[in-house]
Design a protein around this ligand. Sequence first.
Ligand SMILES: Nc1ncnc2c1ncn2[C@@H]1O[C@H](COP(=O)(O)OP(=O)(O)O)[C@@H](O)[C@H]1O
Ligand SMILES: [Mg+2]
Length: 398
Amino acid sequence: MTPPTFLCLASYYKGDRFLQRAKHEGCAVYLLTVEKLLGEPWPRESIDDVFAVPSFADRAGLVRAVAYLMRTRKFDRIVALDDFDVETAAHLREYFGIVGHGESAARLFRDKLAMRTAARGLGVRIPDFTGLGHHADITAFLDRVPGPWLVKPRGDASAAGIVKCATRDEVWRRVHALGDAQSYHLVEQMVPGDLYHVDSLVENGRVVFAEVNAYWRPLLDVYQGGGVYATRTLDRASPDVAKLRAVNERVLTGFGLGCGASHTEFMKAHADGEFYFIETSCRVGGAETATMVEAATGVNLWSEWARLEVCRTAGGYRLPALKQRYAGVVISLANCERPDTSGFTDPEIVHRLDLPSHIGFVVAADSQQRVEHLLTEYTDRIHRQFAAVMPALETVAD
Ligand SMILES: Nc1ncnc2c1ncn2[C@@H]1O[C@H](COP(=O)(O)OP(=O)(O)O)[C@@H](O)[C@H]1O
Ligand SMILES: [Mg+2]
């Protein structure tokens, strides 16, 4: 069978390993990006041609551009490399009749209100919520559900725009302040706890790989409170790993991911010790998640996703043999453009972040305790020596 031809959409620079693997599999690989990203170091040796439009916001213009390209190239796959391209890719697939999620299917992986409704339908435990549509529903929600509450955008990322409200008045003030943007938001009960992420691969509707990781601190605290971001492989012997794998599988099979990669988050509530679904996606997690997962398991999520897309119609996918190591990531904004990391010399460092004004490492070891020890030391050292005061991590955000 001829390998499929890929059109990859990217409004953010990422996904090198996907492009490289698709090319390695013998596919023709085309990249469609935005003009301002043309200068990024895309792996051009793995790309047959790069096209750019001023912005993906102009849907009609994009349809015409892709239709023009399709006069002479037959795209078999349209893939969104970035989370913000998921709806665009779904629109194009549906319009051109290409295999993969159409718009309704993709919505479950992008729209937090749709995810919550779907999770509730599957009987997956979630923080109680309502959309900011019909005002009587908001009143009923605030009568029913104790605060504090979070008002959050349905489609943003990196905790951008999430507002914590302690009183009903605060919720209503936020609702009114949103004006015509109300319907782009939802309100839900805040469930304080520990945050986990499960990074998965799905083949033919089945979860074939699911790596369970625990954030150091909940991301809302990191993004809005400032400080060091960290996450690491959860001890595989922990009963929580089995629980998280099970609920992750319920979400991904129930939502119909079908084929591809996913990054899904759950909160373990301090109040009752239960896991609550927070969000899912049909993408590879950001902030060096793929580097960490590869260091722990040998599986590169981007690369395997590309292979899954190749096998989507023909079958024949095989997951590589897994390693059972442990890994962690630590990242922080730095107080200078190029922080000197030469003082970090542990042999467990497998990757140093190369991003202006940031400092970060991926570490890997045979034992979970060693990773835990290194992260404890590094988060503290980075906080004391390098951390910038600016409370944001948007460039690497997850
Ligand atoms: N219901 C909730 N209760 C407590 N914390 C939450 C809740 N929802 C989100 N958070 C916090 O806010 C962060 C961002 O929320 P999330 O829904 O994952 O959106 P984003 O797309 O911005 O990551 C989470 O990582 C978590 O720390
Ligand atoms: Mg999140």
